[in-house]
Design a protein around this ligand. Structure first.
Ligand SMILES: NC(=O)CC[C@H](N)C(=O)O
Length: 231
């Protein structure tokens, strides 16, 4: 199984995403934003970072990169596509996911371990979690506030398209504590926190404080492998 990780100018977490893919049991394939070629991969990860220096809105310029034409076609044909943080911002800017991400309501960049509830375990990227699993993975961004108009929020909530919800104090002003969403088909998922930084014991969240293994992020990647194996 081959999972592509796209590097954009200013990507930061592409190498960690590749490592997470490998630890989950798939082969990571490095893809370049300027190519019109997905190299035959089975799934895609748009990683976190500061593409184009966060000029305009985060992800707004990267969403028009050459490779996004292929990403949009692949997503529309059902390929599993994951956007992490800056990647989530790109997927929203490319209208592959509903809503948008705006500046954190407190105006500051935030970096901390974050509790989440997994609210939909039927997507391509969450089927390896137990229903309503509570996980802890890192959160680090400046524009993490999820917004959408009231009709869209009602639709996302009503159709089970809210995949991750923040636990505890809302870290950024996201409507309904929304941390991640999926498309109608469940193959495209975006989330602001970083599962690729919680895949190895000793390197993820503060495990003593979280009372967890520190590898809660790994199931995101094993979920895609399971989804692909069942096709
Ligand atoms: N970690 C990230 O991907 C950060 C995304 C974006 N640069 C922001 O600050 O919101």
């Amino acid at each position: 199984m081959r999972i592509g990780v796209i590097t954009f100018p200013g990507s930061l977490d592409d190498r960690d995403a590749q490592r997470a893919v490998r630890l989950a049991g798939a082969e990571p394939v490095a893809l370049w934003h300027g190519d019109h070629d997905l190299h035959g991969v089975d799934a895609l990860v748009l990683p976190g970072g500061f593409s184009y220096g966060d000029y305009l809105r985060c992800g707004a310029i990267a969403a028009h990169s050459p490779i996004m034409a292929e990403v949009i076609d692949a997503a529309n044909s059902g390929m599993p596509v994951l956007g992490i943080c800056n990647g989530f911002q790109m997927l929203a800017e490319a209208h592959l996911l509903a809503g948008g991400l705006i500046r954190n309501d407190h105006g500051n960049f935030i970096c901390r371990d974050q509790g989440l509830r997994v609210e939909n375990t039927s997507t391509a990227w969450t089927n390896d979690f137990a229903a309503n699993a509570e996980i802890t993975i890192p959160l680090k961004n400046g524009e993490g506030g999820f917004i959408a108009d009231a009709d869209t929020i009602n639709r996302l909530e009503g159709e089970g398209q809210v995949v991750f919800r923040y636990l505890g104090v809302n870290p950024n002003g996201s409507i309904n504590d929304i941390a991640g969403v999926t498309n109608e088909r469940g193959n495209v998922v975006g989330l602001m926190p970083h599962p690729e930084h919680a895949v190895e014991e000793g390197f993820g969240p503060d495990t003593a404080a979280a009372m967890r293994s520190g590898v809660d992020g790994l199931s995101i990647f094993t979920s895609a492998i399971r989804a692909l194996a069942s096709v």
